[in-house]
Design a protein around this ligand. Structure first.
Ligand SMILES: Cc1cc2nc3c(=O)[nH]c(=O)nc-3n(C[C@H](O)[C@H](O)[C@H](O)COP(=O)(O)OP(=O)(O)OC[C@H]3O[C@@H](n4cnc5c(N)ncnc54)[C@H](O)[C@@H]3O)c2cc1C
Length: 529
C-alpha cells in the first residue's frame, strides 16, 4: 500500500513510539499501541508498506512477494483468525484453497496433502502402510510441540525479572523439541527415508532441510497447515490496506521512503532514530521490525552495540537461505487456463532434501533442489474482477547468495549483461519445472521476471537476501535474547526473528511486543473478548 513519503510529510519532532519497518510485525505492534492511545510513527524504507506482504505490478499483472498461503485463518474460531479479526474488524478476509492445498512431487510420484488431520493420517498411512504407527506417533509429537509452544512464546513477553525466575520452566518442554533437528526426531520414529522426505516436503516454508532445521519449527509449520491453506481475498496487499487506515484513524502516522539510518541511544536508552538525511526523530521508545541482524548489526551505533553485546549475540546466528522467485503473467482467466489452486512442491526424484541442496550448492547445474509453484490469481476469488482475463503464477527456488554477491554494488535493473544472462538461465529452468507439472501452459506465458537475493536485499534490507530472516536451526531457539525486550532500555524488537517466520509468526510477534511494552497480555485480552 502506498502512503505519503517521508519527504512529503510534515512530521513532529517527538512521538510516543517509532516503529522501524512496516512488515506485519511492525504494523501489528503499531496498531495495538495506537489502540492503547500511543502516538506512533511507522517508518518504511521501501516506497510501499507491508514488508514481505507487499505486492508489485507490471503491466496488468500483480504479484505477492511473500504470501502464498496461510493456515488456520479460514477457520472462524482459530487463534490467528481471531487476532486478524480484532485488528481489522473482520475486514481482512480469507479464501479457503480447497481440500488439496499442497502437492508434493518427487519426480513423477505425487503426494497430495488434503486438509484435516484425519485425512493426513489416512493418506500417509495408505502410502506407507508399514509406517502406520510411526505416522501416529509423529502426529502426537506435532501436537505436543504445539501445546509446548504456548508457554515458550508467552515467556518472551514477560519482564526481565519474571522471565529470569520462571523462564527456564516455561521454555523447557518446547526446547526439548527445538534443540533437536527434524531429521533426528523423524529418524527415531522411522527408518523409511521416503517417508521422511514426504513429511518434510514443505521444508521450503521455513527454509531449511531436515538435517539442519529445528524439529519445533517443522512441527509448528506442518500443524499450521493441517486444516488447509487460505489466501487473502484481494491479495496480500490487503493486509497493509486494512491495518494502515486504522493506525491513522487512531492518530498514527506511516511514511514510506523513510530509511532509518541509526537508532539513537543516549545514556543507555533508545531515544529516537536518525534518518538518512541527518534529521533525528525522537520518541519514548523505538521498535525495530528490521530484523535482528540489521537492528543489532547495522542500526545501533557503537554505544548501542556494546550495550546489547552485539558481537557475541550475532556470532551465534545465521541468516536463512536466500531465494529466487519467478513472477509469471498469463492472458486468460483461471478457467480458460485451467489453473489449480493447490501449490506444487517439485523435487528431483531423490527424497533426501539435504543431499539435493548440498549437491546444488556445490554445482549450479545440478538439479534444482526445489521449485515451489503457486497460483495466486486462482486462489483469489476477487482476482477476475480486479484483473479481468489475467492470471499469475509464482515459482520460488533456493538461490545461494554467493551466486549473485558479486553484483551487490550494482544498481537495481542495471546490473549488467552477465547478471541478466544468469536471470534468463534461471527463469528457463523454473519455467521447465512449471511445464513438467502443467504441460498445457507451454506457449501461454505472456510475461515473466525473476527476482534474486539482490532484489530481496534491495527492497527489504535483509543483507544476505535471506528469505525468512534468521535461520530456523536448533541454535536459534536457544537464544533467549530473541525477544521483544532488548538490553537497551526503550528499544524493542518485533517481526519474524522474535518468534518464527510466516504471517502467523509475524502477527504473534506484534502481539508479544505490544504486550511487553504495555506490560499486559494483549493476546489473551483479545482471545478472551
Ligand atoms: C518468497 C517468500 C514467500 C513467503 N511465503 C509465505 C507464505 O506463503 N505464507 C506465510 O505465512 N509466510 C510466507 N513468507 C514469510 C512471511 O512473508 C514473513 O515471514 C513475514 O511477512 C515477515 O514479517 P516481518 O514483520 O518480520 O517483517 P518484514 O516483512 O521482514 O518487513 C520488514 C520491513 O522493515 C523494513 N526496513 C528494514 N530496514 C529498515 C530501515 N532501516 N528503515 C525503515 N524500514 C526498514 C523493510 O523494508 C521491510 O519492509 C514468505 C516470505 C518470502 C520471502
Amino acid at each position: 500500500m502506498r502512503v505519503a513519503s517521508y519527504k512529503n510529510t510534515t512530521l513532529d519532532e517527538r512521538y510516543d513510539a517509532i516503529i522501524v519497518g512496516s512488515g506485519l510485525g511492525g504494523l501489528t505492534t503499531a496498531l495495538l499501541l495506537a489502540q492503547r492511545g500511543k502516538r506512533v510513527l511507522v517508518l518504511e524504507r521501501h516506497w510501499v508498506l507491508g514488508g514481505f506482504t507487499h505486492v508489485f505490478k507490471r503491466k496488468e499483472w500483480e504479484w505477492d512477494v511473500g504470501v502464498h498461503y496461510v493456515g488456520e485463518v479460514h477457520r472462524e474460531g482459530s487463534v490467528l483468525r481471531r487476532l486478524f479479526d480484532h485488528l481489522t474488524d473482520g475486514e481482512l478476509q480469507w479464501a479457503d484453497m480447497g481440500e488439496v492445498y499442497d502437492r508434493i512431487w518427487f519426480g513423477d510420484t505425487e503426494y497430495a496433502l488434503r486438509s484435516g488431520v484425519k485425512n493426513f493420517k489416512a493418506d500417509m498411512s495408505e502410502r506407507f502402510p508399514a509406517e502406520k504407527d510411526a505416522i501416529a506417533r509423529y502426529l502426537d509429537l506435532v501436537f505436543e510441540v504445539s501445546k509446548a509452544s504456548r508457554s515458550f512464546y508467552a515467556e518472551k513477553a514477560l519482564g526481565d525479572v519474571t522471565a529470569f525466575l520462571g523462564g527456564r520452566l516455561l521454555r523447557r518442554s518446547y526446547m526439548s523439541f527445538a534443540r533437536r533437528t527434524t531429521y533426528d526426531v523423524l529418524r527415531e520414529l522411522t527408518s523409511d527415508e521416503k517417508l521422511i522426505g514426504v513429511l518434510t516436503g514443505q521444508y521450503g516454508d521455513y527454509g531449511l532441510p531436515p538435517r539442519q532445521s529445528s524439529f519445533a519449527m517443522h512441527a509448528t509449520l506442518v500443524k499450521h497447515y493441517f486444516s488447509g491453506g487460505a489466501y487473502p481475498i484481494g491479495g496480500s496487499a490487503r493486509i497493509a490496506e486494512t491495518f494502515a487506515p486504522r493506525i491513522e484513524a487512531l492518530g498514527g502516522t506511516l511514511v514510506t521512503r523513510a530509511a532509518a539510518e541509526e537508532i539513537v541511544v543516549e545514556h543507555g536508552k533508545a531515544v529516537g532514530v536518525r534518518m538518512e538525511d541527518g534529521r533525528t526523530l525522537r520518541a519514548d521508545m523505538v521498535i525495530s521490525n528490521a530484523g535482528v541482524l540489521n537492528t543489532f548489526g547495522r542500526l545501533l551505533g557503537d554505544v548501542g552495540k556494546a550495550r546489547v553485546g552485539a558481537t557475541d549475540k550475532l556470532a551465534k546466528l545465521r541468516p536463512s537461505l536466500a531465494h529466487a522467485s519467478l513472477y509469471i503473467g498469463l492472458d486468460g482467466s483461471r478457467e480458460s487456463l485451467n489453473l489449480p489452486r493447490a501449490n506444487h512442491w517439485v523435487y528431483p526424484d531423490d527424497y533426501d532434501h539435504d543431499r539435493t541442496i548440498a549437491r546444488f550448492e556445490a554445482d549450479e547445474d545440478a538439479p534444482l533442489p526445489v521449485a515451489y509453484i503457486s497460483f495466486p490469481s486462482a486462489k483469489d476469488p476477487s482476482h477476475a474482477q480486479r484483473h479481468p482475463d489475467k492470471s499469475t503464477i509464482e515459482i520460488v527456488t533456493l538461490m545461494p547468495w554467493q551466486r549473485v554477491a558479486k553484483w551487490a554494488d550494482t544498481p537495481w535493473k542495471k546490473r549488467g549483461e552477465e547478471y541478466d544472462a544468469l536471470k534468463e538461465r534461471w527463469s528457463n529452468r523454473l519455467l521447465a519445472k512449471l511445464y513438467e507439472r502443467e504441460p498445457h501452459l507451454q506457449g501461454k506465458i505472456a510475461f515473466h521476471e525473476l527476482s534474486t537475493p539482490l532484489s530481496t536485499q534491495h527492497f527489504t534490507a535483509y543483507q544476505h537476501g535471506e528469505i525468512y530472516g534468521l535461520s530456523h536451526d536448533p541454535n536459534r531457539f536457544e537464544q533467549r535474547f530473541l525477544r521483544p525486550q532488548t538490553p537497551v532500555s526503550g528499544l524493542y524488537l518485533t517481526g519474524q526473528d522474535v518468534c518464527t517466520c510466516g504471517v502467523g509468526g509475524a502477527l504473534v510477534s506484534g502481539f508479544l511486543t505490544a504486550s511487553a511494552i504495555t506490560r499486559s497480555n494483549m493476546l489473551m485480552d483479545v482471545l478472551r473478548a
